[in-house]
Write a protein that binds this ligand. Structure first.
Ligand code: C2E
Ligand code: MG
Ligand code: MG
Ligand code: MG
Length: 278
């Protein structure tokens, strides 16, 4: 009996493995179609200077407007897009849409806005990536200084020489670089002095218990580190009024999070931007 159970167990296991493989294959073919059919859209989340209450920038976050599954979030498809290399054409689309949208906002009078775009390290590893960014900026007519590229600490860990060269070439274009989810990825901080970085984005996991003394000590230290390195700092995932009030006392002035706005479609940004003229 035990043996029989064991056999069935193995069978169920391999069957579910098979289902997983089929699901991934289906997702991959749907991603191909999604590219052809332009099913990727961007939502934008405002970044606020809390001393002036003005929107200084917007982060573009990709969504997949799937024909029958509904709106899909990056967590549902970015990993498979990276594994299949489809992140390269998807990421290019994202950059094109974000640059065009930011140019539109500039033309509507919001001239100092910048747009932040998340990068996968696979994109950064492409030989022609800097050229692609340059061409997209020119086609959109967007000043390179209005584009910020968000990379994670793990990017700094791999392929360092080449990545460093790519980053320097991007910065030479005028583009800004920020470190997303700062503090969650990489144990060594030495890359901070080697990489041409403009801004640290403090991960929201650092502010969940902001009243806690050791947590606020960490924030104060990151802010001090950033200031000494001449970097800007923004805190991600600000959700509560308490965080909104405590963070400026710890030196943080730029914030992003549900408290101010969820990521929203571009047309919903207009009233937000009008309320906060730069
Ligand atoms: P991220 O760049 O760190 O973006 C922040 C994520 O936290 C977003 O989730 C955002 O909707 C969410 N968020 C914002 N404010 C709050 C808040 O106050 N509380 C909480 N709990 N969450 C908040 P989203 O849009 O699902 O994106 C998840 C991740 O997917 C992003 O993390 C980014 O790493 C990646 N991603 C998004 N768009 C792209 C893209 O175009 N390309 C690539 N390669 N990755 C992307
Ligand atoms: Mg980000
Ligand atoms: Mg983040
Ligand atoms: Mg992230």
């Amino acid at each position: 009996k035990v043996k029989e159970y064991g056999k069935n167990h193995v069978k169920i296991y391999s069957q579910s493995m098979n289902e997983e493989a089929i699901r991934r294959q289906q997702l991959e073919s749907e991603l191909h179609k999604a590219l052809k059919r332009d099913e990727f859209i961007l939502h934008y989340q405002p970044q606020i200077d809390v001393q002036t209450d003005k929107i200084i920038g917007l982060e573009a976050l990709v969504r997949w407007d799937h024909p029958f599954r509904g709106l899909m979030y990056p967590g549902d498809f970015i990993t498979i897009a990276e594994e299949t290399g489809l992140i390269v054409p998807i990421g290019k689309k994202v950059l094109e849409m974000a640059c065009r949208q930011c140019k539109t906002w500039h033309d509507q009078g919001f001239t100092n806005l910048r747009v932040a775009v998340n990068l996968s390290q696979i994109q950064l590893r492409q030989d022609d990536f800097v050229d692609t960014v340059d061409r997209i900026l020119r086609a959109a007519g967007l000043p390179p200084t209005a584009l910020e590229l968000e990379i994670t600490e793990s990017i700094a860990m791999h392929n360092t020489e080449f990545v460093l060269k790519q980053l320097h070439n991007l910065v030479a274009l005028g583009v800004q670089i920020s470190i997303d989810d700062f503090g969650t990825g990489f144990s060594s901080l030495s890359y901070l002095s080697k990489f041409p970085i403009h801004r640290l984005k403090i991960d929201r996991s650092f502010i969940t218990n902001i009243a806690n003394r050791s947590e606020s000590a960490i924030i104060t230290s990151i802010v001090g580190l950033a200031h000494n390195l001449n970097l800007s700092v923004i805190v991600e995932g600000v959700e509560t009024q308490l965080q909104r009030e405590v963070l400026p006392k710890l030196g943080c002035t730029e914030m992003q999070g549900y408290l101010f706005s969820k990521p929203v479609p571009p047309e919903v940004c207009i009233p937000l931007l009008k309320k906060s003229t730069i």
